[in-house]
Structure formats: C-alpha cells, structure tokens
Write a protein that binds this ligand. Structure first.
Ligand code: C5P
Length: 412
C-alpha cells in the first residue's frame, strides 16, 4: 500500500521499541511518504535526533521552547503541516498525556494542536498495557477517534511475555496507508457494521473418553485475525478449537472440540459478511468413539475405523443462500504452494486462499505453532506474495485487505 506524497509527522516516545521507529521512518519513506520527527525527551535516551534526522532527511524536533525551531517551524505548524500523525512507540505516559489533553512538551503539544488523523502504535510492558489506567486511557483515545495498531503479543525486552510489543513497521505503515486512503466514513474503523467469523485452532476428535486425534495447530494465526478484524471495527465471532491462548479482546468466542461442533457453531452464526477459515480441522474422526476407555487386549491394538469430517469451509462457501460476501480459506503446503492453492480455491468454492508455505526453513516460518508466516494471497485475479511476517502482521495485513475488498458495501 503506497503512501505516495503523504506527509507524516512521526512522534517517537521513550521506550525500548524506539529502535523500531528508525526502521519505521525507512519503511514510510520507501512507500513514498515524507517524514518529519518529534522525539520526546525520554525517546532521546533510545534514539538520537541525529539518527532520526539522517533517516528522515529532515530536522528532528525535540524542544517546545527552542527559538530556532519556532522560527523555522512553529509547533502548531508541525502538526498542521502533516496529513497524519503517527505515535510510535506510544508509551503508557504519552497515551496518558494524550487522553488527558496535556501540552507539557513538544510531542503532547503537537498532538493536542492537531486536527489531523492520529495513529498510535502502543509499546510497553504487558502489566502496564493491562493496567486499568492504560485501558481507560485507550478507551478515551478510541472515543476521540484515535486509531490504534498493535500491540503485538510476544517476548518483551523485560523478559515477560504477553501483549505490549510495538507492531512491526510494515503493519504500522499499512495502518497509516489505510487511514489515509480516505473514502470510508470512519477510516479508523472501515469494518464498522461488518459481521465477521473466524475459525481457529485444531479440533480434537475423540477415540474414547480419554484419548483423541489432534494436530499441532496453536490457533495463533486465527486468533490474531479475529483480533485484527475487531480492531478495524468488525463484529467478530471466533469459533475456536482447544487452544492455550487468551480470548482476543472485543471478540465473541465460541469454544468447540470437534469438527462437527465447529460446523454447527459456524452454521449457527450465519449469515455473516466475511468468513475466514483458519482452523486446522481434523480430516477424519473415529466412526464410533468408545463410551469407555479402550483397554489393551492380548489380540493387539484396536483398529480405529475412521470416517471423513465435513469440510466446513467448502460447506459455507458453497451455500446457495446466505453465503458470506467474502470467504477466505487457508492452505498449508510444502511444495507447489501456488498450484495447490489455486486448485483448492476452485475445489472449495472460496474467494481467496491464504497459501502458507510450511517448507521454508528460515526461522521456522510457517511451521505450526511458530510465530512467523510466509503467505501468498491467491484469488481468481492473481497471486500476491507477502514477505516473511509475524502472525500478527499477517493478520493485520489480511484484515486491511478484507476491509479494502468490502469497502463499497453497505452494512445492514
Ligand atoms: O483441505 P485442507 O485441510 O488443506 O483445507 C484447508 C482449509 O479448509 C482451511 O481454510 C481450513 O480451515 C478449511 N477446512 C475446513 N474444514 C475441514 C478441513 C479444512 O474448514 N474439514
């Protein structure tokens, strides 16, 4: 997504994620935007004004009361002169200042003085992110029309794990481009009013009361997609098999075990506008699961008579009435990825296949349970291959792509 000719005022807060702000400047400029930076005092502990200035090709602004800065470009002009303000990393402190309308330094003053769209990329320790005060501030900012990208889940600099890592620069640039693409009544929530459904995780198919057939799906990708769609304003239901993940915020979660239960839960939720089938549904189930635990017998192991499970994606994609406007399936392939994905698109009757290359060895990308993914979007019009991204970035990009596809629809 291009940012050609757009002027972005990047406000860098003081956090360890500051180093990613430098990469963000590079990504924004590569997409055609001009970037001007404000660094808070704390930001300068992590990023020097000189590196921000070198990468942006412009002066980096730091001081509210600098005579030279005011003479060259008044602090009000700084925000007036931009098409979009991006705050990355948005620290808990900066978010609090924004939510309460402080104008105590150059960054908060520029944010208060603006009438332009504002996008924040929060980054902080998971406990700070989950603190009621930050939650309150976030709610106020959303209410004020501020758009939010991330944070991502993962390992943090402090050694803890959870939500709080700043979104990847590519995902922030995507969100900026979506905000600036205009057209939608609420650019921050292009999917407001849209009903979406996502399947995620594995299914467990019982053999007897204590054993089951399963697979290694973690649910990370599906859960991230549900979250990303909700962040764009969609009303999302996530039908999930058994996973060890927290429910994504703002999403209605239906928990199921088997493929049959997953199909029933999906059908009960129809009609929806967009459906993304990310679950790794077991292909087979045991025809007659034992009511009692199977015993070892001298005659050797029991033979499990398997029958095929319903194909949930194909069942929904081939509905003659009440079919979602957009049906997206996934395909994990190890070879001839695109060829197989195209065949799957036709066979299942869906609109897009997100083809997932599980053969790539670099960093374990695509491997079930991993954090990164290498995907291509296969549609009837062609193939779009994305770079290696973490699963949150794949989810955010896919959600933006879905929003673009559905942008002319009126939700009822
Ligand atoms: O046929 P295959 O399992 O490779 O297809 C993968 C796609 O189909 C995924 O989108 C998956 O969620 C969906 N699927 C399904 N129900 C099944 C099998 C696969 O919805 N029984």
């Amino acid at each position: 997504m291009t940012l050609s000719g757009k002027r972005i005022l990047l406000i860098v807060g003081g956090g360890i994620a500051g180093y990613k702000a430098l990469e963000l400047i590079r990504v924004l400029r590569k997409r055609g935007a001009s970037v001007r930076c404000i660094l808070t005092k704390a930001a300068q502990e992590f990023v020097t004004p000189l590196s921000a200035a070198s990468l942006s090709g412009d002066k980096a602004y730091t001081d509210l009361f600098s005579l030279t800065d005011e003479a060259e470009m008044g602090h009000i002009e700084l925000s007036r002169d931009a098409d979009l303000l991006v705050v990355a990393p948005a620290t808990a402190d900066l978010m609090a200042k924004m939510a309460h309308g402080f104008a105590s330094d150059l960054a908060s003053t520029a944010l208060l003085a603006t009438d332009k769209a504002v996008l924040i990329a929060p980054a902080m320790n998971v406990r700070m992110w989950e603190h009621p005060a930050t939650k309150r501030n976030l709610a106020v900012l959303r209410e004020d029309g501020v758009s939010v990208v991330g944070p991502d889940e993962g390992e943090m600099a402090c050694g803890e794990f959870g939500f709080g890592r700043m979104a990847q620069p590519d995902a922030i640039a995507d969100a900026a481009a979506a905000l600036l693409s205009g057209g939608a009544a609420s650019p921050a929530k292009p999917l407001a009013g849209c009903r979406a459904l996502v399947t995620s995780g594995p299914t467990h198919e019982p053999i007897d009361p204590v054993r089951y057939i399963a697979n290694r799906s973690s649910g990370k990708q599906g859960h991230a997609i549900a979250r990303a769609l909700a962040e764009l304003g969609a009303e999302v239901t996530l039908v999930s098999g058994p996973v060890a993940l927290a429910d994504p915020p703002g999403v209605a979660v239906v928990k199921v075990e088997t493929a049959a239960e997953m199909l029933a839960a999906v059908e009960a939720r129809m009609p929806v506008d967009a459906a993304v089938f990310c679950a790794a549904v077991a292909d087979w189930r045991v025809a007659r699961a034992g009511d009692e635990k199977l015993k070892k017998t001298p005659g050797g192991p029991p033979s499990l008579g398997l029958v095929e499970n319903p194909d949930i994606l194909a069942t929904i994609a081939k509905r003659t009435s009440g079919r979602p406007v957009l049906v997206v399936g996934f395909a994990a392939e190890t070879e001839k990825v695109i060829e197989h994905a195209k065949a799957k698109l036709a066979r299942k009757g869906c609109d897009w296949i997100v083809a997932n290359d599980v053969s790539t060895p670099a960093g374990g990308t695509g491997v079930m349970g991993g954090d990164r993914n290498t995907v291509s979007i296969v549609t009837r019009d062609g193939v779009e291959t994305w770079p290696i991204l973490d699963k949150t970035a794949v989810a955010q990009r896919l959600a933006q792509r879905i929003a673009e596809q559905l942008k002319d629809r009126q939700w009822v």
